[in-house]
Structure formats: C-alpha cells, structure tokens
Design a protein around this ligand. Structure first.
Ligand code: HEM
Length: 456
C-alpha cells in the first residue's frame, strides 16, 4: 500500500514543454506533458458544434495529452519524450506559440483578402490600367500632370484602343486606384510578414523546420508579385486577331491564382500546426475513426483544389459570359465545339465551351464526393468536432455550387463573382481544417490514450 503513495512535481523544459517527475517508494518516472493544445481548434470546433445542433456537443475537458509512463529511469524517459515533442514548431512556451499562431493566422487572412481584392480588380476590368511595374513599388500620380502622363501611357494599350476608347480621366483614376491598391496591399503583406518573422527569429521562437517552411512561403509570396506582372504583361500585348478582345493569358492567370491559393493553404496549415501540434484525440477508437476519414478527406481535398484551378481557366477565358444557362449549356448538354481546337489538349485550357464544361463536371463531382464523405462517415465512431466539420463542409460545398450557378446565370456581376471566389477559398479552408484534424497523432500520445473516449 505504501508503494502507491506518489510524489509528483512539474518541471519546465527549455523548449516550453513540461515534464512530470513522479516518485513512488519503488520507482522514479519522468514523463512529458504535451504543450497545451489546441487553442484555435477548440474555439473553431465549439463554434461549429454550437451551430450544428444535430451533432453531439463538444465534450468537456482539456485536450492536453500526457505521455504514458515509459520508463522507470529518467534517462530513457527523456529520449522517448523527445520523439513526442518533435511536432512542436515553436520554442518558448505557450505565449510564444500563441503570438506566432496569431501572426500566421493573420497572414493567411491577409492573403485571403488579397485574393478577393485581385478578383474585384479583374472583375471591374482594372488590372491592365498600370502599364509598368517596379518590384519595390512607387508613389501614385500626385498631380494632375502626372495623372495625364499615366493616362497617356494607358491610351497606348490595346485595352484602351479596343474596349475603353474615349474613357474619361475620372474613370481611368478608378481603375488605376483599384490596381494600385491590389499591388500595394501585396507589398504591405510582404512587410507585415517579414518584420514579425525576423522578430520571432531573434527571440529564438522559430524552430529550424518552421523557419524553412516559412522561408519557402515567403519566397513564393515574392514570386507571386513577379507572376502577377508576367500575367499583366500578356494583357498589354496586341491580340493575335484584330477581332479578339485584349485579355491576360488564361495560363498566367491560372498560375497567379493557383500560387495565391497555395500560399494561403501553406500559411493556414502551418498556423494550425503551430497552435495544434497534435490532432484532437481522446481514444484509440476515435483515432481509428479519424484514419478512415483521412483516407477520403485527402482525395476530396485534391478534387476541391482541381475544381478551383479549373475555375481560374473559366475566369481567364471569360467563359462565364457564354452559356448562361443551367443545367444545360444552351440547348445541349455538351456543346458541339468542345474538341474543335488542335492540338486537342488546347481545348481544356483555351476553348470557352470546354473550360466551362470541365468546371461544371468537376464542381458536380466535388459536391457528390463531399456528400459521399459525409454519408460514409456518418456512423463512424469519431470525434464530434470532426463530425461537425464534415457537416459544415457539405453545407459550404452546396453554397459554393449555388453561388457558381447564380454567377453564371446573372452574367458574372462583380458581387457574385467575388462571393464565388471567396466561397472557393472558404471551401478549401474547410478541407484543410478537416485534413489537419484527422492527422495521425504521435506515437507517444497514441500510447497514452484509452481504448474508448469518456463522453460527459
Ligand atoms: C465546388 C464548386 C466550385 C468551386 C470550388 C469553384 C471555384 C471557382 C474558382 C476558384 C473560380 C475562379 C474565380 C476567379 O478567379 O474570379 C471560379 C470561376 C467561375 N465559376 Fe466556379 N466553382 C465551383 C462551382 C461552380 C459552378 C457549379 C458553376 C456554374 C455552373 C460555376 C461557375 C463559375 C463561373 C461562371 C466562373 C467565372 C467567374 C468569373 O469570370 O469571375 N462554378 N470557380
């Protein structure tokens, strides 16, 4: 009986984690407590659980996983604990993690707003108003004389000559300010990302793994400016045919949008990994359930991304201004000219009918696959938050399809076009959240779990 009496002490580890030192009459055990987690996830999941009353309430209790007793000697215990803590991306404890997390979520939200501003710029046909570009940016025209000089440069562009001939200087100022705001908002994001990054580096909060990942995202961000200019340049060239409207290359537009989506996804995933180093797991049964969801969630996420990229080709070819009917395309289900271009492959990227048909097919497949994901996991024993997340994803997919159809039927107004673009990014956000939540927990956490979760 005496051997059951235990002495327990908490020791702070240099990397922000804590260790439990447990001494009984016969054994000494050093075990690690995972860093507090998952701040952001708990907030998000409690919100969606509240809103989707058909699912079980979010169970009470904190999700701090603790390592099972692994050894009776402190030395061996330490080595195994390191395996568990390898997931931690930020040094310096929970405060540092919170600061880095807020910064990364803020950066992801900024990229989201950049995508929307880019969409509005394109939909208001403002993107070709600035005819030159400097990496560091420049001041806008400050006097009437400077405005006239900028306007004169624009008058040389094919867009002015073929579409906007006779435009007033006031209208020119509007499209110029739109493009200027889009460019400057991007540069401000670069500064807003780089300054806290160097501060956190100096403080020693950023681990090597996180530093490399964020540097890659920063490089992609800088590249995004170059891709943007490369895209705009294609719209400043005379079109091949004298009847064609000047517009940017659909390939370059798709590259610009895909790269923006990739940066957003990378930032959002990394932010989640910072605040939620381990997935929420309370029992081995829930971890098994999550593994089954993961098998479907990954391909469905890839399908959502593919549909979004195909949407970029719809936008790049102005294909939303053709076949403004649904479900048929005009009077037929499949337009006759879908394979008219030679070589055949060009149809999938440059033929208005084909890119719109592709987008419709992919969007329908996305909706069906998300519905199937929900159907096939509805009876699984999984974390209630994962269930809520799947339910919300189904709702978001249905909303996105409705927005797409409305955008098409109303000839792509700025408001609906922008909402449809925001919807695509929101749907991707749900898919990232789902895939992040059903990750496999570390071995150490897995070992500490009971077979079945206690639901109170
Ligand atoms: C899961 C479903 C869908 C996703 C993820 C999605 C995604 C996207 C994306 C990312 C764009 C490019 C937006 C831009 O650059 O402005 C786009 C454009 C477009 N989508 Fe969808 N879409 C979906 C469903 C649909 C459906 C069902 C329709 C209608 C049949 C549709 C019609 C359009 C049209 C007309 C555009 C061009 C809008 C423009 O010119 O700005 N979408 N879509």
């Amino acid at each position: 009986m005496f051997s059951r009496l235990a002495f327990l002490k908490r020791i702070k580890a240099p990397n922000g984690g804590t260790y439990n030192l447990r001494k009984t009459a016969t054994t000494t055990t050093l075990s690690a407590v995972l860093p507090e987690q998952p701040i952001g996830f708990r907030f998000f999941a409690s919100q969606i659980a509240k809103r989707t009353s058909c699912f079980k309430p979010w169970p009470k209790g904190d999700y701090v996983g603790s390592f099972r007793k692994m050894s009776s000697t402190a030395g061996i215990g330490m080595a195994k604990n390191e395996e568990g803590l390898k997931l931690v991306l930020v040094n310096g404890g929970s405060r540092a993690r919170k600061m880095v997390g807020i910064w990364l979520f803020g950066s992801a939200a900024w990229v989201f707003s950049m995508v929307l501003l880019g969409g509005v710029t394109r939909l208001t046909r403002s993107g070709l108003s600035m005819t030159d570009w400097k990496f560091t940016g420049s001041l806008p025209p400050l006097s009437e004389e400077e405005w006239l000089r900028e306007f004169d440069k624009y008058k040389q562009s094919p867009e002015y000559k073929r579409i906007n001939k006779g435009m007033s200087i006031e209208d020119f100022k509007f499209i110029y300010w739109m493009e200027y705001a889009h460019r400057m908002w991007g540069r401000a994001l670069g500064v807003m990302f780089a300054l806290p990054f160097s501060y956190f580096l100096r403080k020693g909060y950023i681990t090597l793994g996180l530093g490399l990942r964020l540097s890659a995202l920063f490089a992609l961000g800088a590249g995004q400016g170059l891709i943007g200019w490369w895209m705009v340049k294609s719209g400043l060239e005379e079109p091949a045919s004298e009847y064609a409207q000047p517009r940017v290359s659909p390939y370059r537009l798709a590259a610009h949008l895909t790269s923006a989506f990739a940066i957003y996804c990378g930032l959002f995933w990394t932010a989640l990994s910072v605040v939620m180093p381990e997935p929420p797991a309370e029992s081995v049964a829930w971890v098994r359930g999550a593994a089954k969801v993961k098998r479907l969630a990954l391909p469905v996420g890839i399908l959502v991304a593919l549909t979004a990229v195909s949407g970029a080709f719809v936008a790049g070819n102005d294909a939303g201004h053709a076949y403004n009917t649904f479900p048929k395309m005009g009077d037929t289900w499949i337009p006759e000219d879908v394979l008219d271009m030679k070589p055949l492959i060009r149809n999938f990227f440059e033929n208005t009918s084909t890119v719109q048909l592709d987008h419709r097919i992919l969007a329908t497949a996305t909706l069906i696959s998300i519905g199937t994901l929900w159907w096939s996991t509805r009876k699984l024993d999984i974390h209630p938050a994962v269930k809520s997340l799947i339910g919300s994803t189904v709702g978001m997919a249905a909303l996105q399809v409705t927005l797409g159809i409305s955008t098409l039927l109303s000839y792509v107004p700025v408001s609906l076009g922008t909402a449809h673009q925001a919807g695509a990014l929101t749907l991707l956000t749900f898919m990232i959240l789902l895939n992040h939540t059903v990750r496999r927990p570390s071995m150490s956490l897995l070992k500490s779990l009971p077979q079945v979760a206690k639901t109170t």
